[in-house]
Design a protein around this ligand. Structure first.
Ligand code: UDP
Ligand code: MG
Length: 338
């Protein structure tokens, strides 16, 4: 198959409720672009009927559909990375399966790419998420702006455009714990941002629990910044200096006032405070060390069960008269490779 102009990569995890409406909007929107395109779905180990629905859709539009079926649930960002490895487009757009960002706006991203930008970031207009999610996002955005070199207004919006060059760079990375939009940004030479619409989830529910959101944000921070560790050593230096002053003070006091056992609880509180800081530091160190450990083991980042490749659709029977429509094969089986 020749390389398409646009590839759309969509991670899918337990999205059976919304897939039909996604297909119904996505394909017409892409057809309307008037460009060659492919859609790369990555089923991230869904436990519902998502994989079956994707297979069915592959049968309906085999010319432009590729389906990667994972063996288990490896997470949204790794699913997109697998999609990138199999996407051939000049312009690669990522989109969530839940229709929170309208597929009709893919054309806006492609138009920016045509202007020569290589990374199209997005800002959600009137974001339709819970207040808690919006506040937490704002806090994380501010933190990220301070401690990394990644400059983006809205880091959480996953509908984004990446040029071929950036996708190749991401493919060369083999990172296990990463935050894809930020990773792409680090390779961008001409990034830009545009506004896109945002709707409430069409069907199903968010796949991110509070816990997995916290984990994801740790990935974002640890993958792109050492500032937390450096900050910690600064705090450590500060406390050591203070404790030297304290020891000198106690020594002088011992000489002048003599021995004493009072102020025990003050000492306890200082000790607990220091123990708290130490534990936090060890935990933080663990976040980095754990990631290094996962990376150096070099286990496969994800396991692919099967790939349904796009097929060149051949006309199997051409009717005698000119007006009849060519018919597609009645039974279509996608080629599968392990
Ligand atoms: N997703 C995935 N694997 C996961 C979690 C999510 O592939 O482990 C997909 C999910 O199907 C959706 C996208 O990632 O297409 C974003 O997930 P979701 O809409 O639940 O996130 P939110 O919008 O709440 O941040
Ligand atoms: Mg969503």
């Amino acid at each position: 198959m020749t390389k398409p102009d646009v590839s759309v990569v969509i991670p899918v995890y337990n999205e059976e409720a919304g897939l039909a409406s996604l297909f119904a909007r996505l394909y017409p929107a892409l057809d309307a672009l008037g460009r060659s395109y492919e859609v790369v779905f990555v089923n991230d180990g869904s436990r519902d009927r998502s994989a079956a629905l994707l297979r069915e859709q592959h049968g309906k539009r085999p010319d432009v559909t590729r389906v990667i079926l994972f063996n288990g649930n490896f997470g949204q960002h790794l699913a997109i990375m697998a999609g990138f490895e199999h996407a051939g487009g000049r312009c690669v757009v990522t989109l969530d399966a839940d229709l929170q960002n309208p597929p009709e706006e893919i054309g806006l991203l492609v138009a920016e790419m045509d202007k020569g930008y290589d990374y199209i970031g997005t800002i959600r207009k009137m974001r339709q998420d819970t207040l808690f999610r919006r506040l937490a996002s704002r806090l994380m955005n501010q933190t990220r702006e301070r401690i990394t070199r990644i400059r983006m207004t809205d880091q959480g919006c996953m509908m984004r455009g990446y040029s071929r060059g950036i996708v190749e760079a991401i493919n060369a990375c083999h990172e296990v714990n990463t935050f894809l939009p930020a990773l792409g940004y680090t390779f961008a030479t001409r990034p830009t941002e545009i506004e896109v619409s945002h709707e409430e989830r069409a069907a199903g529910e968010s796949k991110y629990s509070l816990y997995s959101l916290i984990r994801l944000n740790f990935d974002l921070v640890t993958a792109f910044s050492l500032v937390p560790l450096q900050l910690f050593s600064l705090v450590g230096i500060g406390i050591s200096l203070l404790s030297i002053v304290f020891v000198v003070f106690l020594a002088i006091r011992r000489l002048i006032v003599g021995p004493e056992a009072e102020g025990l609880f003050t000492l306890f509180s200082i000790a607990f405070f220091l123990i708290g800081i130490t534990l936090f530091g060890i935990g933080l160190l663990g976040e980095y060390v754990g990631r290094i450990y996962q990376q150096v083991r070099q286990r496969p980042r994800f396991l692919i069960q099967a790939i349904l490749e796009p097929q060149v659709v051949r006309v199997v029977s051409v009717a005698q008269n000119d007006t009849a429509e060519p018919t597609l094969p009645s039974v279509y089986t996608g080629s599968e490779r392990p």
